[in-house]
Write a protein that binds this ligand. Structure first.
Ligand SMILES: [Zn+2]
Length: 1006
């Protein structure tokens, strides 16, 4: 037979596009449309419904950036359409861009009940089926004219659209046709048949018989279509396709569990307030689709988004609750938001699950067992233990498929964290959280799946995401055809839990991946928007103190415990750990609001702390030091208060021969040269120099930083090829007991204060940068005379080791990584820690020192990407770092806490405040002291092994608590089934901890 394949394929494409798809709506009638617009903030629904409207015609521009318009849409179904299916098709002026990145709307009835959302791939509203004729349509559409920030077709260009004040007021959209239409379901089904078969055909081998079988059927179907009467002949065309559509999948076909989904970024290229509406639109659409499609299942994550619906859209909430009760609208993920997981601290990461799971339990009675983080930029090695401790067993993400250097070897595997906790993890091989049921995607999932032969299943999150939208009826129709179709993977709608149960059951021995799931992309999210990073770190530290001191005040002096305030503040801080806020990848509006929010959170927490300390101290003139850190300090017990003991204060700088200053406290001798660089930090007791020979520490280095794409997200490896050292000094002097160094570079200025306290081997460096650079990367370097093959970076409840070399492509790709409060490296018996109070990004490299190697640690301070926020990081920033020579890992942990939890001095009447809980062993670190969230008054103490070894810990608990009834609990403070009874003594609880093990101890009141 002659080869006419290309001819038939081209015919299919043209006939579908130009004849069959347009015949889905063969008859139309215009609707009357009126509009009322506000360029300001959204108005309440009642106000929008009542707003005075004016007529607007198709083709009229509307919608200032970030404005809201209320359309009034009225009409009647023509009498001659009786018996037909009638829909309204409402084109707000949609562009070819995908849903969520342009205008969108929510349709209401006149009484304010929502009907469904509108987006460019879902712009219909069913009116009647069958129509009687004469049905009246009276709707209001709340439409958002959100600007397209990728306008112009060139991605990642600086834009002023990301902030209301700079976005202007030019209309963003042109009203499209708004009309009633007869919906021809047969033609629509023919479109679905042809799309599924055409897309499947394109994925099959050209010499595969099945491909030709489909091609011939498609040819016959096209022959059967009368192009002058598509509606009259569509059924005949469908009949020609029935045979090839009925051919079942082969037994070995890959099995895809489709989960309806709309990945909704809680903020990104839109402000938080718009996400509230995005969620309502998507949820309205999905509850409507669930009513129409009995087999469809939709999963929504992020308790915060459910909470928004509950608070802001009660009518939508009622429908969601109903659909959840039916088991088909599935709350998934058990987290407050889909957070970043690299940067959130131990407690915050734990609270993401506490607040997420608790919301799902309280609202729906659901115990989430799946963590759902499809889009998060890498996963810290401390996270598996937290997931486990929250009662979650499984994890889904697809983001690691974005890695640019190495292809991750597994799709279904056990992920093992630093403490040995393992989580059953699935990476959907479809490599997307926005599957549209396209043949290309289904075939990619099948081909890509790396567990073939050992496992048969994968999950496909299906629906428009990022900016919302969700699943469409077309995706559902395609899934139905793919249920069992020869040549394709099979598709079945399933809730995530159903998929995981089957995937676990069929895969007894999945491979194991140990340590972090590092994303080889988006490494700059550890640095961009430095104020957001500082706000997060400082809020986490203040929350620790607020809980500690409020609990202490509640127990010691019966002060009221601020349950409601802490619950609200935690949720605010957790929201801002969303994977485009804390990573710094949102528009200017989001980060401006984040800075304001962190300031308010800080003030409120300072108020709680001050109130509790005032209640504890009483009125008097005794000088008390409150120590919120988990280690005793200056004679003040951890978690307690006492008069300050010890010398305290800073060493006075003395002039150095040859210029500069010397800071010497008898333990450490630091030399600062005439350039303001630290050329020596000598550990006097150990007789060792910490600074690499011929090098200088506290060296600021500036790199050009213009990544190939994703400006706020990415720093590309070539940034290192060019660097300038900031060694010019604009001024150096003694300021108090510090050496003050000033430098000017570019349009920026930096002032540093270097100081050495008495009694410890530590150089403190406070850096203030007035930053006005563009597309540059500022690093603070510490070249150290330590030969280290690996170094430790603090992560949640412990630390993770990374190599300092780049033997493999996996190691090379980790050229920028995350630390919490410290990085640490050592040779046996002698190490160095570099601690910080607000930075996360860093790099560690090796250099030759003549003989042997040295290790350079560089903290990442500032960048200045211009997309999506063109003014990223402009302005004044403060950083605190400390270099701790001669440190053990214990010192690194302790100094990390110290830098983030300054002592607080209060005058009062009491001599001291005893801690509520004390752990004597250095390795056992208290991560939280609080009262139980259930308001029982029970004390909750979370403790972890921080050194990576084993320890026995004795926890002494304040009087008034029944240590004999102490229990170990999960993160939600629920007693753990099967946990060993705690050996208790006189007011103490004894624990045996594995390396990096974290436990939550709950102790009732007597
Ligand atoms: Zn996302």
């Amino acid at each position: 037979m002659h080869d006419d394949r290309v001819l038939v394929e081209a015919r299919l494409e043209r006939v579908l596009r130009e004849r069959i798809r347009p015949a889905v709506y063969p008859l139309t009638a215009p609707l009357d449309v009126e509009i009322w617009s506000t360029a300001g903030e959204p108005v309440p629904v009642a106000e929008g419904l009542a707003a005075p409207t004016l007529p607007i015609a198709e083709g009229t521009p509307w919608g200032a950036p970030w404005g809201t318009s209320w359309f009034k849409v009225c009409g009647a179904v023509p009498a001659e359409w009786a018996g037909r299916t009638v829909e309204a098709v409402l084109d707000l002026g949609f562009t070819p861009r995908t849903p969520g990145f342009q205008c969108e709307g929510l349709v209401y009835r006149p009484d304010g009940t929502p009907v469904k959302g509108l987006h460019p791939r879902n712009s219909y509203v069913r009116v009647a089926s069958p129509a009687l004729g004469g049905e009246q349509v009276h709707w209001r559409v709340e439409a958002s004219s959100n600007p397209d920030l990728d306008g112009g077709g060139v991605p990642f260009q600086p834009t002023q659209m990301g902030e209301r004040a700079t976005a202007g007021d030019a209309p963003q959209y042109v009203l499209g046709p708004m009309r009633l239409a007869v919906f021809d379901e047969t033609v629509w089904n023919l479109v679905m048949d042809l799309e599924v078969l055409g897309e499947l055909m394109a994925e099959l081998a050209v010499d595969a018989a099945r491909r030709w079988e489909i091609l011939r059927a498609v040819g016959r179907a096209l022959d059967a279509v009368d192009l002058q009467d598509v509606n009259g002949t569509a059924q005949a065309a469908r009949d020609e396709l029935a045979g090839v559509l009925a051919a079942p999948a082969v037994p070995a076909a890959h099995r895809i569990s489709a989960v309806g989904h709309a990945h909704i970024d809680s903020a990104w290229l839109w402000p938080l307030r718009e996400t509230v509406r995005k969620v309502a639109r998507t949820a309205s659409n999905m509850t409507a689709l669930l009513e129409e499609e009995p087999e469809f299942v939709f999963a929504m994550s992020q308790a915060q988004q459910f909470a928004w619906i509950k608070e802001h859209r009660p009518e939508v909430w009622a429908r969601v609750k109903e659909a959840v009760a039916d088991g088909r609208f599935v709350p998934v993920g058990g987290m407050w938001v889909e957070s970043d997981t690299n940067m959130p601290g131990s407690e915050a990461m734990a609270r993401q699950f506490v607040h997420g799971k608790r919301f799902f339990l309280e609202e729906f009675g659901l115990e989430s067992e799946e963590a759902w983080l499809p889009d998060t930029f890498g996963f810290a090695a401390g996270v598996p233990q937290i997931i486990r401790a929250a009662g979650v067993r499984r994890l889904l993400t697809q983001k690691i498929s974005w890695s640019r250097t190495n292809s991750f070897p597994h799709h279904t595997f056990l992920w093992e964290g630093i403490d040995g906790s393992r989580i059953f993890t699935h990476f959907p091989p479809v490599d997307s959280y926005n599957c549209e049921m396209r043949g290309r995607q289904i075939a990619h999932a099948d081909r890509n799946f790396k567990e073939k032969g050992a496992a048969t299943r994968s999950l496909a999150p299906t629906g428009f995401g990022d900016g919302g939208g969700g699943t469409t009826r077309e995706m559902v129709a395609k899934a139905a055809r793919l249920r069992s179709l020869e040549g394709s993977a099979t598709v079945q709608w399933e809730a995530p839990a159903e998929f995981f149960a089957k995937a676990e059951a069929e895969y007894a021995c999945p491979p194991v991946w140990v340590g972090e799931l590092y994303l080889e992309l988006h490494r700059a999210t550890l640095t961009s928007q430095a104020q957001t990073k500082r706000g997060n770190r400082s809020s986490e530290s203040l929350l620790r103190e607020a809980e500690l001191w409020a609990a202490t005040a509640a127990v010691r002096v019966a002060a009221p415990y601020p349950y409601a305030e802490l619950d609200r503040i935690w949720k605010t801080v957790l929201l801002h750990q969303f994977h485009d806020i804390l990573p710094g990848s949102s528009i200017a509006w989001v980060h401006r609001e984040a800075r304001e929010t962190y300031r308010r959170v800080g003030e409120e927490l300072e108020g709680i702390i001050a109130g509790a300390q005032r209640a504890l101290a009483g009125e008097g003139s005794t000088q008390l030091v409150f120590n919120g850190a988990p280690h005793d300090r200056s004679g003040v017990p951890a978690g307690g208060a006492a008069p300050e003991a010890g010398p305290g204060g800073l060493v006075a700088p003395v002039p150095r021969e040859g210029g500069g200053y010397v800071l010497d406290n008898g333990l450490l001798r630091v030399e600062i040269d005439d350039r303001g660089l630290v050329v020596s930090t000598y550990d006097i007791g150990a007789g060792r120099e910490a600074v690499a020979p011929g090098q200088a520490a506290n060296l600021l280095q500036l790199h050009p930083d213009f990544p190939n794409q994703w400006d706020a997200w990415d720093v590309d490896a070539f940034y290192r090829n060019t660097s300038s050292d900031l060694v010019e000094v604009a001024g150096m002097e003694v300021a108090g007991s510090s050496v003050r160094v000033e430098r000017v570079f570019g349009a920026s200025r930096v002032v540093q204060l270097l100081s050495v306290p008495w009694g410890v081997k530590r150089l403190d460096i406070d850096t203030e940068v007035d930053w006005h650079e563009r597309e540059r990367f500022l690093k603070l370097a510490f070249p150290l005379d330590v030969k280290a093959d690996r170094y430790a970076s603090e992560t949640q409840f412990g630390h993770v080791y990374r190599p300092t070399h780049q033997n493999t492509s996996w190691e090379w790709a980790k050229f920028e990584a995350c630390n919490h409060r410290f990085v640490y490296m050592d040779e046996p018996g002698w190490g160095v820690a570099v601690v910080n109070d607000a930075t996360y990004g860093h790099d560690v490299t090796r250099s030759v020192r003549g003989a042997g190697t040295t290790t350079t640690v560089r903290a990442s301070l500032l960048r200045a990407p211009r997309y999506p926020d063109p003014e990223t990081d402009q302005g004044v920033h403060r950083f605190r770092h400390a270099l701790v020579p001669g440190a053990t890992v214990d010192d690194a942990v302790r100094e990390g806490y110290r830098a983030n939890l300054p002592e607080r001095r209060v005058t009062g009447a009491v001599a001291a405040v005893e801690p509520l809980a004390t752990v004597r062993e250095e390795a056992a670190v208290v991560s939280a002291v609080k009262l139980a969230d259930d308001r029982s008054g029970d004390l909750v103490v979370r403790i972890y092994e921080a050194h990576g070894g084993r320890t026995r810990a004795t926890v002494s608990v304040a009087d008034g608590f029944a240590v004999d009834r102490a229990v170990l609990t999960d993160l939600l403070e629920r007693p753990l089934a099967g946990a060993d009874p705690l050996a208790t003594g006189q007011g103490t609880v004894r624990l045996a901890l594995r390396p990096f093990q974290m436990v939550t101890l709950r102790i009732p009141r007597t």
